[in-house]
Design a protein around this ligand. Structure first.
Ligand code: MRU
Length: 351
């Protein structure tokens, strides 16, 4: 059975608490927008697509259970609550994009005089519910497109070795994953020899979450510490790097988990193709380059402590940016559900 980070059935929403993995598999109930905001901000749910889906579903739950008197009130409530959800984490664009699209939908439904309050509610909720299936379908297409692209360079039935960073799998999406979806597709095609995943300090998404998914799916995998990437590329004949994205600027510059940039630099030096796998919802057409992306900075405690245990010297100060920007010049291709694009060709998709 595949892992499910988000359970949405019978008018209730539950998320797998990713702060407790891999030691404990515990679902927590999200009863409305306040719970959704907290779960995203505390990183009980994380990963750009999953953040957007849980944020929007938390609003759907709230609207279902709440009494609103008029279409005008509903529209106002939707706009206010979506803007609040966007403030939970700043770097991933998916929640902001979903909020903009849903606010536009709420405005259209409000203005349509043939639609009453109940219909407005149910149309709005069903649009949010459709996000779950759409995300899985997009991820499967990303997986197929990415596997095809990588295998172009390895004709015949040779096997490939992939390096990935952070967690981009079922736990970061509605299911299957983006970069991890590419890895899953290669495995299904029996063309994956091995995957290496980084620990991904300081939050350890690789060691805790990606390793958990790879073991769960019985994909041949090895965990490395982030500082081993150079040695790995020199000694283990890596075929390609595939990572996810939190926001892709229209010139292809990509924000992703801290450490991505240094992996891309190392890949360039070693002649290893470096790919970003992301749905179109991660592309921010409103920004021209990566300098405009806000990078979230997280608490020092993520660096100074492992769990409850302090590992850093008392009194030391820390700098903890959660993401970095990989320039387009280091990216061989952006793997999306609509195909694989050279970073410089991305803008043509929006013309
Ligand atoms: O801080 P996180 O765990 O939310 O960061 C996650 C990443 O950087 C992922 O690579 C990205 O969101 C893509 S998930 C499909």
């Amino acid at each position: 059975m595949s892992l499910r980070a988000i359970k949405y059935e019978n008018n209730s929403l539950e998320i797998l608490d990713q702060l407790l993995l891999p030691a404990h598999s515990k679902y927590v109930s999200i009863k409305g927008v306040e719970d959704g905001w907290k779960a995203i901000n505390k990183m009980q749910v994380r990963g750009a697509p999953a953040i957007a889906i849980v944020g929007c579903l938390s609003l759907a739950i709230e609207i279902k259970h709440e009494k609103v008197d008029s279409k005008r009130d509903l529209r106002q409530e939707i706009e206010g609550k979506l803007n609040y959800l966007v403030s939970s984490r700043p770097t991933a664009v998916n929640m902001k994009k979903a909020a903009d699209d849903l606010i536009a939908l709420a405005n259209r439904l409000y203005e349509d005089e043939n639609i009453n309050l109940e219909t407005m509610k149910s149309r709005f909720i069903s649009d949010i519910e459709a996000m779950l299936e759409a995300d899985i379908a997009d991820n499967k297409a990303i997986g197929e497109n990415g596997a095809k692209e990588i295998l172009l360079k390895f004709p015949g039935d040779g096997l490939v070795r992939i390096l990935t960073h952070c967690n981009t799998g079922s736990l970061a999406t509605a299911g299957y994953g983006t970069a991890l979806g590419v890895i899953r597709s290669l495995h299904t095609l029996k063309r994956l020899e091995h995957v290496y995943c980084t620990e991904t300090r300081p939050y350890n998404q690789g060691a805790r979450l990606t390793a958990y998914e790879l073991v769960h799916d019985k994909i041949p995998a090895t965990l490395i510490v982030d500082s081993m990437v150079g040695a790995l590329m020199k000694q283990r004949n890596i075929s390609a790097v595939v990572v996810g994205a939190d926001r892709v600027a229209i010139n292809g510059d990509t924000a992703n988990k801290i450490g991505t940039y240094q992996i891309a630099v190392l890949a360039k030096y070693h002649g290893v193709a470096f790919y970003v796998a992301a749905p179109f919802t991660s592309i921010d057409r409103k920004i021209s380059n990566g300098d405009q992306i806000i990078i979230e900075e997280r608490p020092d405690r993520e660096i100074t402590h492992v769990g409850e245990h302090r590992i850093a010297a008392q009194g030391i100060s820390c700098w903890n940016p959660a993401f970095d920007i990989t320039p387009a010049s280091l990216i061989a291709g952006i793997i999306t559900e609509k195909g694989v694009f050279l970073p410089e060709k991305l803008k043509e998709c929006f013309q």
